[in-house]
Structures are given as C-alpha cells and as structure tokens.
Design a protein around this ligand. Structure first.
Ligand code: FES
Ligand SMILES: [Fe+2]
Length: 443
C-alpha cells in the first residue's frame, strides 16, 4: 500500500493568528480598534438594553428615554452585575443590583445605596467611569469606535452613502466563523462561478457560471477584484471591492446577468464584516435596491440573505448540504480556518495581497505607526469602485480572452480617472463614456 497520506497529514495545521485574533491586546485587535465599525442595527437598539459582543468584548447597547444611544461594557463596575438587566432612564442606564446610574458615556451619575455624604463614593463618581465607546447612528446602522481616544478618526464618508435612486435596507447576518473567512470571499471572484453557479445550481444567474478573466488592483488600502466575462454578445465587467479593514462592496446579485446593457451599476450591498470574537462575526450592511442596485422585489429579509450569502440562512441540514451558500462554504472551514493548511493559487491573489497588507499594518502598529484611514482629509468623500458594467461587444476574429480582459482594464481606468469628480459628475461621466465607447465601437 502506497501513497495514502491520511496519517502523515492528520495533525491540524495552525491558523494565522496575526490576522484572525481580534480580542483586546492582540495585534489585529489593536489594528481594528483604529476604525469605526457598525455594531448593531438601529432597530435593535431601544430602552430595553441589548447585550452584544464585538472584537471579543461583551457590551451593552441601549437608548435613554431621551433617545441617546450608549455603548458600554457589560459589567457594572460596582460588583459586576450585567447592565443588560439595567433600566433605561432620562439620563442613562441604572444597574438592577444596587441602582448605580451611568450616563451613555460611562459617567457614574448616582450611587444611591451609599450615604449621600460618603467621600469614598463621591471620589469614585468623580474619578472612575464605566467603559464606554463613542457611537454614531447613521441610516439605520449604529457605528462605534473602540480604539484609543487620541486616535479617534473621522467618521468615513463613502460615496455609497449618497448614491441617488437607491433604497438602503439595513441588514445583519451572523456567521459562526472567524471574520477573515467571510472577508476572503469578497476578494475571491472565482467562487461565484463554482459555489453560486455550479455546486448549488444557479443562485444568481447563468452568467455567473463563466469563470472570466481576473485582474486584481491594490490601491492604497483599496483592493479590487475585477472579473470580466463573455456572455454571448456581451462583455460583463464585475468588480468586487474591499477597503481595509472591512468595508466591502460587489456588483449586483440579481440586476445584472450579462445579457443586458448596464453602465456602472452599483453594489448589491454596502457592508462591513465585523468580528464578534475569534469564532464568530457579523456582516452589517445596507442592501442597495433600485435602479442602480438590485431590483426592489428583493428588498425583503430573505432577499438580503440571498444577496449576502447566495441562499436564505434558515434552512434544514439537507437543504444546506444540497445547495451550500457562502455561509456553508466559510463556516465549513471550522470556526477558525487552519490557514497553514491552505494551498493558495494564482486565483487567490486577491486574498493573498489583502491578508499580507493587514499583517504588515498590524506589525507597523505594534511599532507605533498608526494605520491609514480610508478618508484622508476631513470633508473628503471616498470614491468606491464595486460595480457591474455590461457592454454589447460581439465577438470578433481576435483572441477573445485577451480582448475582454483589456475591456475590463479600460473600464477600471475610466473609473479611476474620474475619482476626483463629485459623485454625480463621476457617475454621469462614467455612464456617458461607457455608452459612447460601446456605441462608437471604441473597444
Ligand atoms: S453591581 Fe451594579 S450597582 Fe451594584
Ligand atoms: Fe459568495
């Protein structure tokens, strides 16, 4: 008997801790704590406190009766009762155990069980605070900054916040695995052809089954995977996007199938992948519906789940096994993937380069160099590139693979060259250029 490798390879390879560990004090955890992250849907936050876990920290998020949102450490600093049992009042949250009252920013406002003349209690109220984090409620998502106060960055303004003719539906999807596994999928345009086109039948449209020509771009902390496919007489350019550390967009899931002209259609989702702890993460996002996004009929809970993961989340084991979606693909790797056991190939280039960059940025931060923010200057608007363009360019008597790849590169250049323009100008410019180029046979 020869060549059975089971025994030899039976030891589970290690995970890459430098990118997968995000608890307080870890390198990657520190790195992630330099950015604003969505932590909850606005609709989840009320005067009934909610316990959440983000970056390995147990937190309680609540609203005062005056509508102010607080995000605080879960345990009361008196004797550690959970503030999830607290009562929300005008000025803050009151611990159930001995009635201490905390403001949304963690100030100890009252210690009612102690003598009102107690110097010790007065001193504590003055000098100590419950751990809290700044929050911003924005279009149905609550964002928090969990890093050092002196490094507080601008709340980044992405152009996707303002795309006209888009209805944004906030959604939240839980994954039972490490955040890197979920993030990887955005830099892996090939998986759509297999997972979403072949393994599980057609989850989006037939056009996705074509593998296409890949081109990856690394532009500062923006990573793009451009996949250009031939679908009969059409060339379909689809761009997946990651802006470090965890902002993601892609083309549309259902609006584009490669069979109809589309100029610079925008992403199905504007989404952040946020670690809950090392073995869980959440995608917090807006599903983007309307003329520039996916059809309004998908603006349902199930629609968002299908756009996010290829399939609805709540299915039987039999259904999941028969038609796996992204959740099955990424959770099946185990709660933290054994990265050292991977064999990365040229199609994994996007995955390789962004992970490498995160490793480098975490190392730099360990040495005291703060990581770059997506927004360079106050007032800037970050131009994003996730999109779908479909052009009618019938096959000619030339090498079509090279040709369509060059069409993809031309479209990307057009997008990049227009980044200095305002959102509206840029959209109009790209759309009219694409239409003119297509019609005039410029490709
Ligand atoms: S444990 Fe919260 S007031 Fe005592
Ligand atoms: Fe996917």
């Amino acid at each position: 008997m020869k060549n059975f490798r089971g025994y030899k390879q039976s030891k589970m390879p290690e995970s890459d801790k430098t990118i997968s560990q995000t608890d307080p004090g870890t390198s990657c955890g520190e790195y992630l704590r330099r950015y604003w992250h969505p932590v909850a849907l606005t609709s989840q936050v009320s005067t009934t406190p909610l316990q959440i876990r983000i970056l390995g920290e147990d937190l309680v998020i609540f609203k005062t009766t005056k509508n102010k949102i607080g995000l605080v450490h879960k345990n009361c600093p008196h004797r550690r009762a959970s503030l999830v049992y607290g009562k929300c009042e005008k000025r803050g949250i009151r611990c159930c155990y001995h009635g201490w009252l905390f403001s949304p920013d963690g100030e100890i406002l009252e210690t009612p069980g102690e003598d009102s003349n107690s110097k010790q209690a007065a001193k504590l109220r003055k000098t100590f605070k419950l751990g809290s984090y700044p929050v911003i409620e924005f279009k149905g998502l609550v964002f928090a900054y969990m890093g050092p106060e002196k490094c507080l960055p601008e709340f980044p303004h992405y152009d996707a916040f303002d795309t006209p003719e888009i209805t944004r539906r906030p959604y939240r999807i839980e994954y039972n695995c490490n955040w890197i596994q979920v993030l990887d999928a955005i830099m892996d345009p090939v998986h759509t052809s297999f997972l979403h086109g072949q393994s599980s039948g057609i989850q989006f449209s037939k056009g996705f089954t074509e593998i296409g020509e890949l081109e990856f771009f690394e532009r500062g902390i923006q990573y793009l995977g451009c996949n250009t496919r031939r679908v009969d007489d059409y060339v379909w350019i689809r761009v997946n996007e990651l802006i470090l550390p965890n902002f993601t967009q892609a083309g549309s899931a259902f609006a584009a199938d490669g069979t109809k002209t589309r100029y610079f259609g925008r992403s199905s989702f504007t989404r952040w992948v946020v670690p809950v702890d090392d073995e869980h993460c959440i995608a917090l996002a807006w599903g983007n519906f309307g003329k520039r996004g996916d059809p309004l009929e998908y603006n349902t809970k199930e629609g968002c789940e299908r756009i996010e993961a290829g399939e609805v989340m709540d299915r039987t084991w039999e259904e999941k096994q028969k038609k796996p979606g992204d959740a099955e693909a990424v959770e099946g790797m185990g709660s933290i993937s054994a990265h050292r056991g991977e064999h990365l190939m040229p199609t994994d280039y996007g995955v390789m380069i962004y992970r490498r960059r995160i490793r480098k940025l975490t190392k730099d931060l360990e040495k005291g160099k703060e990581p770059p923010q997506p927004q360079q200057r106050k007032g800037d608007i970050i131009k994003t590139n996730g999109q779908d363009t479909i052009l009618r360019i019938p096959k000619r008597n030339i090498d079509d693979r090279n040709f369509i790849k060059s069409v993809g590169s031309t479209v990307m250049k057009l997008q990049f060259d227009a980044e200095k323009m305002s959102l509206k100008e840029r959209d109009n410019h790209i759309i009219s250029k694409l239409s003119n180029m297509e019609k005039s046979g410029a490709f």
